[in-house]
Design a binder for this molecule. Structure first.
Ligand code: ASP
Ligand code: MG
Length: 405
């Protein structure tokens, strides 16, 4: 057996027959260098979106089981076509659906978690000299229903396969050629990172710069897999997501992000006593409202105010719940703001540096940008500001922390 590598090709990499043929050529180049390959594919181009659209034309509330049954077909098409493309250029290959390799998951339709994968059939095919192609994003539950892993889930299929097949090398071919220090559409001088740690990658995803399915990064971290994020349109190196300890360079700030999909809600002058926050956030939780940043002011006169952010689509519901609770608590008012941006700086180097927060706030103050909320994690600092200033904030932070370092 040669050295085993797992590769994943995303929708753009297999969006047309020409692209599928190009992917086959790339696979051949690895084969020529003696590699054994397990290749995971996503559905071609926008297929998944089109299938969702199709379902909507039939039903406004399709059954979740049937939805997964439908969406899993996209990947089945691309994996069969890729196998054919390989045959055309003389490479032996076989394609498998999730159920054929017994990719076991829980029964949570549209967002299932992988529990077990059988490696028997895969190794048998590899030993027969075949390239193994696996349909991404899908598995089967205990009752043999087809389930999907959530949008973008093929990344997770690939990493899970790397883990069970015990290889550290996993290449993810996606529509960007690596992880950048900021969104290239906002910052012209953005740089491609050679390496990034799992934690930074997860933090970037949480803060609005998602390149990979988050669960795939969690898996990679758990099983110590090196994820090479790169493009199938070139042979350039991309970015390697790896354990922090193995990184050559640790930047204080490796990425600047901005997200504008949340809104801020404030509930003012409610009683400053045990149980109030519990009541408020339990109630939001009951309604499945995802809360991100939370800030409480120091109380005085036995009153305190709490601000937090929620997804914009949950804003109406949140305000309704808060108004009810505000009456119950005898608070003064509930207000909200929709045009906010959460601008963040992320970097593992923050673990061992000081003054980062001060420098960040200084940058905002020089631009006369008011900070409405602040929150920190071990490797990130986030500020809520008016969305009007979001691009400006990203640019100046990038200049300060990345270009001038
Ligand atoms: N085809 C699925 C999607 O578009 C899964 C994936 O691409 O990873 O979400
Ligand atoms: Mg995709």
């Amino acid at each position: 057996m040669g050295k085993l590598i797992v590769q994943k090709y995303g929708g753009t990499s297999v969006k047309s027959p020409e692209r599928i043929k190009a992917v086959a050529e790339r696979i051949k180049s690895y084969r020529d260098r003696g590699y054994d390959l397990v290749v995971v594919v996503s559905a071609m181009g926008k297929t998944t979106d089109e299938l969702i659209d199709l379902a909507k034309q039939i039903s406004s509330n399709p059954s979740k089981r049937e939805m997964d049954m439908l969406l899993s077909t996209g990947e089945q098409v691309s994996c069969a076509l890729l196998a054919m493309a390989l045959h055309e250029i003389g490479i032996d290959a076989v394609s498998y659906t999730g159920s054929q390799i017994k990719m076991r998951t829980d029964g949570n339709f549209s967002n299932a978690k992988i529990s077990e994968i059988s490696t028997e059939r895969i190794f048998k095919s590899i030993n027969e000299g075949k390239v193994v192609i696996v349909a991404g994003f899908q598995g089967i539950d205990d009752d043999e229903n087809i389930v999907t892993l959530g949008r973008g889930g093929s990344d997770t299929t690939a990493v899970a396969l790397a883990a069970v097949l015990k290889t550290r090398d996993c290449e993810i071919y996606t529509d960007v050629d690596g992880v950048y220090t900021a969104d290239p559409r906002v910052v012209r001088s953005t740089k491609k990172l050679k390496e990034i740690s799992y934690d930074e990658m997860l933090e970037l995803a949480r803060l609005g710069a998602g390149v990979l399915h988050s669960r795939s990064v969690e898996f990679a971290k758990k099983y110590n897999i090196r994820l090479h994020v790169r493009s199938s349109f070139s042979y350039d190196e991309g970015t390697i997501v790896m354990p922090m300890e193995e990184m050559m360079e640790k930047f204080v700030v490796s990425g600047i992000t901005s997200k504008e999909d949340e809104a801020k809600v404030t509930i003012r002058e409610i009683p400053d006593r045990p149980g109030i926050s519990a009541r408020l956030f339990n109630e939001l939780g009951k309604h499945k409202i995802y809360v991100n940043m939370i800030v409480q002011s120091t109380g005085h006169d036995n009153r305190a105010s709490i601000s937090f952010t929620v997804k914009k689509e949950d804003l109406k519901e949140t305000v309704r719940i808060c108004n009810e609770l505000n009456k119950e608590f005898g608070g003064s008012a509930v207000d909200y703001k929709e045009n906010i941006a959460i601008v963040s700086a992320v970097g593992v180097g923050m673990l061992s540096s000081y003054g980062v927060a001060g420098k960040m706030f200084q940058v905002f103050s020089e631009q006369n940008i008011n900070i409405e909320m602040i929150s920190t994690s071990e490797i990130g600092i986030s500020c809520v500001i008016d969305s009007m200033y979001s691009e400006l904030a990203v640019k100046v932070l990038h200049k300060t922390f990345i270009e001038s370092e």
